[in-house]
Design a protein around this ligand. Structure first.
Ligand code: NAD
Length: 419
């Protein structure tokens, strides 16, 4: 990896982290070969009649990186720039994420090259249903369980569930997660990723001896993860002093009123000019000397060009891939305690797992039960990772990858190679 373009490439980033952890583990070269390649890749061409009567053909992918620990699990994204390389990288990320939180899944990812913003609901429905029909032997509660990702949502999951069920001649809710509550979704799923961020941040603060009620927090991204994360951290007594969005940041050293800020953004379309805060430049807010920085907007925001400016003691990676591999050593050298994405934002996939369990049980849990079990799993996983880091004298990200790779490799060795 040499230039800035490479630094931003998700496949190279995934490989860089894998290589560092595999070397530290002295991973067997044969197992390493298996884990570096996906176990299955499917490409489908999806003919769809558009609203104006034209026929278009869309390209769709599903990559199953590993099914060693259980069914493949991972989202489906709809975006114009989806590539097979990106889907491969994201599929391997899912394997490691599921293994870090020790849920019985492998990893997968899917995508369709399309621009959801330019398509009608009817066109999106036809694309989704035909993609699902093409994947009828690939998907399944015991095989491969998709979920929403960029450009897809609860409605997309409802169409997949319905199409799959029509082919099977009975309702199969457990084929996808992230469904609407009325179709077998789980209570607590919407807040799960932000809530998971809260739990691991509380553990990190305790480990560093920072009282949670004195902790100051900056959150980048006020969407599902960042909005819920900020709300829950603030409700838990932390001082969320700044929210950073694409068009600017707001700052109040006494702590922001997050529910009021959510309401302000809903009304005005922006977080800026909030009566309970002053506007601030995004750069200034990102580099405030706070206890916790939660990058929860998008990938590649902390890079080799700006990592040295970060003054937060803890980074809780709510987004996927917010830190580049080149930024890792800079943060390490500066003593920043990083809670890596595959741990920090795994609350979402953990509650997806709970959704799948509830669907298969045919028995639905109340929200308290979902949240308690999430707390239990996130807390245990946090301690698994930091114990591993201390024992092997590596940073948290390397430890999380080592732990995940070790778990998957152990399963492959136990199962052995067939034929
Ligand atoms: P979202 O679209 O709901 O929210 C993203 C927010 O970030 C939006 O408010 C957007 O305006 C803001 N944003 C975009 N560009 C920005 C910029 N340059 N600076 C500051 N803010 C910016 O998305 P989300 O579901 O909250 O996901 C955010 C990240 O978390 C993504 O990386 C996603 O892959 C990851 N993630 C999400 C989940 C989940 O359950 N939703 C689970 C795991 C990981």
């Amino acid at each position: 990896m040499h230039d800035a373009h490479d630094e931003m490439n998700p496949l190279l980033a995934a490989e860089a982290r894998f290589d560092i952890a595999a070397e530290a583990l002295h991973l067997d070269s044969g197992i390493s070969k298996i884990l570096r390649t996906p176990s299955r890749e499917v490409t489908v061409y999806i003919p769809v009649e558009m609203d104006d009567g034209r026929i278009e053909v869309f390209t769709g992918y599903r990559v199953q990186h590993s099914i060693a620990r259980g069914p493949a699990k991972g989202g489906i994204r709809y975006a114009p720039d989806v590539t097979l390389d990106e889907v491969r990288a994201l599929a391997s990320w899912m394997t490691w994420k599921c293994a870090v939180v020790n849920i019985p899944y492998g990893g997968a990812k899917g995508g369709i090259i399309c621009d959801p913003g330019m398509l009608s609901q009817k066109e999106l429905e036809r694309i989704t249903r035909r993609y699902t029909a093409e994947m009828i032997e690939v998907f399944g509660p015991e095989l491969d369980v998709p979920a929403p990702d960029m450009g897809t949502n609860q409605q997309t999951m409802a169409w997949i569930m319905d199409t799959y069920s029509m082919h099977k001649r009975h309702t199969v809710t457990a084929v996808v997660t992230g469904k609407p509550l009325d179709l077998g979704g789980s209570r607590g799923r919407t807040e799960a990723t932000g809530r998971g961020c809260l739990f691991v941040t509380q553990q990190a603060l305790a480990k560093l001896g920072i009282p949670a009620d004195k902790a100051t927090v900056v959150v980048q991204g006020f969407g599902n993860v960042g909005g819920q994360g900020a709300r829950l951290m603030s409700a838990a007594g932390m001082n969320v002093v700044s929210i950073v969005e694409w068009d600017g940041a707001v700052y109040n050293p006494q702590g922001l009123d997050i529910p009021a800020l959510l309401e302000h953004r809903r009304r005005t379309g922006s977080i800026l000019d909030f009566p309970g805060a002053e506007n601030m430049a995004t750069d200034e807010a990102m580099y405030l000397p706070v206890d916790v920085l939660v990058p929860a907007a998008k990938e590649n925001v902390i890079t080799s060009a700006n990592a040295h400016k970060i003054r937060a003691k803890i980074i809780c990676e709510g987004a996927n891939g917010p830190t580049t591999a080149q930024a890792d050593p800079i943060l390490k050298q500066n003593g920043v305690f990083v809670i890596p994405d595959i741990l920090a934002n795994a609350g979402g996939v953990t509650v997806s797992y709970f959704e799948w369990v509830q669907n298969r049980q045919g028995y639905f849990w109340n929200e308290q039960m979902v949240n308690e079990r999430l707390a239990e799993m996130m807390t245990a996983s946090f301690h698994d990772v930091v114990t591993y880091a201390d024992k092997h004298n590596v940073d948290n990200r390397t430890a999380a990858y080592m732990l995940a790779i070790d778990r998957v490799a152990f399963t492959i060795q136990l199962r052995g190679l067939y034929a």
